[in-house]
Design a protein around this ligand. Structure first.
Ligand code: FAD
Length: 287
């Protein structure tokens, strides 16, 4: 199918992009186009205008600093996945990005576009949510920082308002003695996952579990984040943590998998990722 007719703007600066978005409130940002173009072609979206940000200078940045990794709106999945600087500061990013679609899609699609698209089966929303990251939004009215916990509102629905452009996303650094892991189950590699888990475990100076969090994709309409430190206890009983996770979720069935199968997958992946993350935390603690 062909897309419905739309107007097209191709700004070259951020100010021009924000002016274009203010002028066409029912317009949509076009970034990598890996989700938007299929939606247009299937006529599941019919925006009046596309504001193509691909020529806007200064948005294709990846900054890794002590505090975390800031990813600009035009940084492609592949660039972030292959950044050694980003991997050193927050390894969970690259680990999860390897599961996003296929290499050709990752060469074009953007990390920030994935967040703005807010697909509950997407890897990046779950990673941002479990890390407690933020999205920086800009419009002709000004800027604001949106915490991940407020950003995802429902399936394909984010807190971005008409006229707003997500200019960057911030993924906080891994604290000392912290390990991370990512795993998902998909029917074929590169497909959207039936269920997936991003896990983060932090140990205290006595090597007891001080934090254990899991972020889930494919379970409900927004990324689900569970604090599992209490269920795991200081010694890290990951089977108990997984049982608690299974009891704490209410997965949504669809044509690909039923609720009980998704709950089962989430439990298996929770135990697996938490134990891998804990082993990495021990290594980082020098044990
Ligand atoms: C075959 C196939 C398999 C895929 N598998 C996966 C997968 O397993 N996991 C996964 O997570 N994704 C998957 N995707 C989607 C892919 O990762 C997309 O790249 C990503 O979801 C969106 O990024 P994009 O830059 O292409 O955004 P676009 O398609 O350009 O935009 C997507 C949406 O976000 C909005 N948007 C984009 N950027 C901004 C911005 N800076 N500010 C405000 N709004 C913005 C657009 O207006 C649009 O509504 C798949 C895609 C295909 C075609």
């Amino acid at each position: 199918m062909k897309p419905p007719p739309f107007g097209y703007r191709a700004p070259r600066t951020l100010d021009e992009a924000l002016d274009a978005l203010a002028a066409v409130p029912s317009g949509k940002v076009l970034a990598g186009g890996q989700s938007l173009i299929p939606l247009l072609n299937m006529r599941l979206a019919a925006p009046s205008h596309l504001v193509d940000i691909n020529r806007v200078a200064g948005l294709d940045t990846v900054h890794a600093g002590d505090e975390g990794v800031r990813v600009g709106a035009l940084a492609r999945h592949a660039r972030v996945e292959r950044s050694p600087e980003a991997a050193a500061i927050q390894p969970l990013l690259g680990r999860a990005l390897r599961h996003v679609a296929h290499p050709v899609i990752r060469n074009r699609g953007t990390v920030v576009g994935s967040l703005a698209h807010a697909d509950p089966a997407g890897e990046m929303p779950a990673v941002l949510a479990v890390l407690g990251g933020t999205v920086e939004a800009a419009s002709a009215r000004g800027r604001r920082t949106i915490p991940a916990a407020e950003f995802f509102r429902g399936p394909l629905e984010s807190a971005l308002e008409p006229g707003e452009l997500a200019v960057s996303a911030f993924f906080p650094a891994a604290p000392p003695r912290t390990g991370t892991a990512f795993a998902e189950t998909a029917r074929r590699h590169g497909d959207y996952a039936l269920a997936g888990v991003a896990a983060v475990v932090t140990l205290d100076e006595d090597l007891r579990v001080s934090a254990a969090r899991a972020g889930y994709l494919g379970i409900c309409g927004v990324p689900l984040v569970l604090d599992l430190a209490g269920a795991a206890g200081p010694a890290g009983d990951w089977a108990a943590a997984a049982a608690h996770a299974r009891d704490s979720m209410d997965p949504e069935p669809d044509i690909h998998a039923g609720a009980e199968y998704r709950r089962h997958l989430a439990g298996v992946l929770t135990e697996r990722t938490l134990s891998i993350a804990a082993a990495e935390a021990l290594r980082r603690a020098g044990v």
